[in-house]
Structures are given as C-alpha cells and as structure tokens.
Design a binder for this molecule. Structure first.
Ligand code: C6P
Length: 416
C-alpha cells in the first residue's frame, strides 16, 4: 500500500512505506543499494507523481484553455486543479495568486523584470544576503545594470547565519525590494524569515522569498509570513522538472507588466495594441507544462498526505544527526553550523577535493553533490572553491547516514 493511502503515524512516519513509493530507490549503483543524498539538487519521484504524468499523457492529454472538446476540458480541469493544490499548499488567498513557471529561476526573473525593474530609479537599492543561490543574485544584477539601481548584500556570520542587525541596518530609504533565501541550499541554514520579512515590510519594502529548499521540507504559509512573493520548484518537491510556482499578492500581480508575450496571456490582440489577460494567465504565455503541472499537483498531494509537520520534525532530527555524524569523521570539517538547519550538510575533507569525495562515494552507491552549488559568493565568504554536500529528503534513513559515514571513513583511510 502507498504511504498516501493509509494512515501514516504523524510523529514516527513509516519510512519503509514511504521508500516503497519511490521506485528508483530499489535500484543498485555500482553493486550497492542506492543511497540518494542529493535531493537538494533534485528529489526523486513517488509513483503517484509518475502515475499522474502517465495518466495525463495516456488518458486525457490535450492543450489547455483552448478547446471545447472533451480531452481539452479534462486536461484544463486537471491543470487548474493543480493550481488549486498549489494555492492550498502555500495557503494563498486565491488560485489567481499562483503563477506556473519553470522553477525558482524563472520566478525570480519574472518578478525582477515585471515588478521590480519598472519601479527603480538610479541609486535605488535591492537587498539580498550573502548566502543566495545565483538565481537570486544574477537577475538582480541584470536589473541593476539596466536601471542604475544598486545591489546590497546582508552579511552572514562564520556559522552561516544572517547577521540580523546588519540586515536590518541595510534596509534604508532607498531600499525598493528585498529578495532572500528561506533555506540555504549550500549551508542548510533556515533563515528567520518571519523576522526578516517583518523588518522589510515595516519599512514598506516588498519581499520575495526563495523557497526552493524550504517548500519540500516544511509547512509554508504565505499569509502567516505576510510575504509579497514566494517561489519554489516542483522538481525539488518530489514533482516533475520544468514546473514551479510563483506566488504573488494579487494586487501586485494585477499591476505588473507581462514577462513574455504570446498565446494565452491576452484578452484581445490587434495590430494597434493588445489587452492583457488578468493574472495568472498574463504571466503564462504559450502552451504551459501541462503534464508537469498535473504531476506537481500529485507531488503536493503526496507531501500533504504524509504530513508536512511530521516531515519537518523527522527531517530536522535526521539532518542534525547527519551533521553531527559527518563532523565526527576524522579530518572532516563542516561548512556552516547554523542555528537551525534543514535539508543539507556541507563539508570538506582534509587533503581530498570534494569532487574526489563525491566520486569515491559514488563507487559505494552513495550520491552526493560536490561543487560551488551555484553559490560562488558564499563559497568565497568561507574561503573555499567548493564543498561536498549531502542533502536529505522524505525517504532518507538513519542507516543511510551510517553508510555515508562508513564511506567517508574509507575515503579518509585512503587519503591519510
Ligand atoms: N539549487 C542545488 O543543487 P531551479 O534550478 O530554478 O529549479 O532552482 C534554482 C535554485 C534557487 N534557489 C535555491 C536556494 C536553490 O537551491 C536552487 C537550485 C540546486 O542546490 C541546483 S543548483
């Protein structure tokens, strides 16, 4: 039976049952059972998500919003049903506040182009933190180049937490927008976003939260957060690739210019001019990722059925244990020891390059990521070009942490 079909103990979670929902976890890599510790890069998919995509393509696939025929009606109903699911997942006020995008990268570029850039004068400021992913740096640099605005960066501590006093002090009369990561992909830091959003909004500054690494691991309530924009990617939340969600307050979306022009985002087109559709259609030009959205709906349903509070509690304990266990390996040093951690543990091993560590773990069937994790300014802050990163999801176990530690000890012996 699937974990979503029966009652799941909200505290302990039946991990064996959850694991049995993910077909790929049955395979071996290099003759060993797969230990998948790379969910921060992209998470594996439960059968429910695979079935939802397959069901769309095999039973009712057609273009959406365009046909009166049965298949198009059914596809449209399922596609819009996924939007409702995303609305509930984020506790948005309305499904009209949910824009389907390719992922967080597109969401931030959309907000930068359509909301922030038109409001900027030379000398205005956009505030981010030192732990941002490139997706939350480069779009702002592009906007600054175009408008003469300035990018401000809130510093972080040696532990990998945002320096909150410095952050608050950087919110000034020229600050026009704040865009910050909810959970760091490279450090695992859970930022105190409630306080950070409140500080910005008290100064009348709108805020975007990059929820790429938060949405899969904890409950997100955009109303409680009082945030203006929130973005997450489907593929990190056990859903398909090429689909994600941008939440935006409706009154912001309604004032925003389109991001791309094309079909489905208009009310009326003539050669003299075009009237745009209302949000969210205004920001969804062209044929969308129909099966992807439907698969994402199934992923969000899966997460909810397992229970987000239970997932958060279990994963937080698991990741804390992983951090402690990895730090206990001779010659290993953690990069980032934040006050609160979710999802990921970054580390370095003396004398071994992170790429070598990742390759040698792969020989033992263990998948981790090595590199700068698309956070080069953060790597520079810690004086390293790269780290090894183990990241965790709903299906990981204590036994897999032991396998990781055993693998690292083996590598250590080889290098020592
Ligand atoms: N981080 C990682 O291995 P996209 O690629 O658009 O789905 O998500 C981009 C992104 C934005 N913000 C954060 C905090 C992220 O972690 C990511 C993606 C992956 O850490 C791939 S670099």
């Amino acid at each position: 039976m699937s974990a979503v079909e029966g009652a799941v103990d909200p505290v302990t979670l039946d991990i064996d049952r959850i694991r049995s929902d993910f077909p790929v976890l049955r395979r071996e890599v290099n003759g060993r059972p797969l230990v998948y510790l790379d969910s921060a890069a992209s998470a594996q998919k439960p059968q429910a998500v695979i079935d939802a995509e397959l069901g769309c393509y095999s039973r009712y696939y057609a273009n959406v919003h365009r046909g009166v025929h049965t298949l198009s009606q059914e596809a449209t109903t399922a596609f819009e049903g996924a939007r409702d699911q995303a609305k509930a997942f984020l506790n948005a006020h309305s499904e009209r506040e949910v824009v389907f995008v390719r992922g967080v990268t597109e969401a931030i570029n959309l907000v930068a182009h359509s909301f922030v850039a038109p409001r900027l004068d030379p000398g205005d400021e956009i505030l981010i933190t030192h732990m941002e992913h490139h997706s939350n740096i480069v779009p702002w640099q592009l906007v600054c180049e175009r408008t003469g605005a300035v990018l401000r960066v809130a510093p972080i501590t040696d532990q990998g937490d945002v320096d909150l006093d410095a952050y608050r002090a950087l919110i000034g009369p020229r600050t026009r927008f704040v865009s910050i990561v909810h959970v760091s992909n490279a450090l695992g830091t859970v930022n105190p976003v409630e306080e950070m959003v409140a500080a910005a909004r008290a100064a009348g500054v709108p805020v975007l939260l990059d929820g790429a690494q938060a949405a899969p691991h904890m409950a997100v309530d955009v109303r409680a957060l009082d945030v203006d924009f929130y973005a997450f990617s489907g593929h990190k939340a056990y859903g398909p690739t090429g689909i994600g969600v941008l939440y935006g307050r409706y009154n912001h979306l309604a004032q925003m210019i389109p991001y791309q022009g094309g079909g489905d985002m208009i009310r009326r087109v003539s050669f003299e001019g075009t009237d745009y559709a209302d949000p969210p259609a205004r920001f969804e030009a062209g044929t969308p990722n129909i099966a992807g959205a439907i698969g994402l709906g199934a992923a969000l349903e899966y997460i909810d059925a397992v229970g987000r509070e239970a997932i958060a509690a279990r994963e937080e304990a698991l990741v804390a244990r992983a951090a402690e266990a990895v730090a206990g390996v001779d010659g290993v040093r953690l990069i980032g020891e934040p006050q609160r951690r979710a999802g990921a543990v970054s580390f370095l091993m003396d004398d071994a390059h992170p790429n070598d560590v990742a390759m040698m773990l792969d020989e033992q069937g263990i998948a981790i990521r090595a590199g700068h994790h698309c956070a080069q300014p953060l790597m520079e802050r810690f004086g390293v070009p790269a780290t090894a990163r183990a990241s965790f999801g709903i299906y990981n176990t204590e036994a897999e942490i032991e396998a990781l530690v055993t693998g690292l000890e083996k590598i250590r012996r080889l290098f020592a």
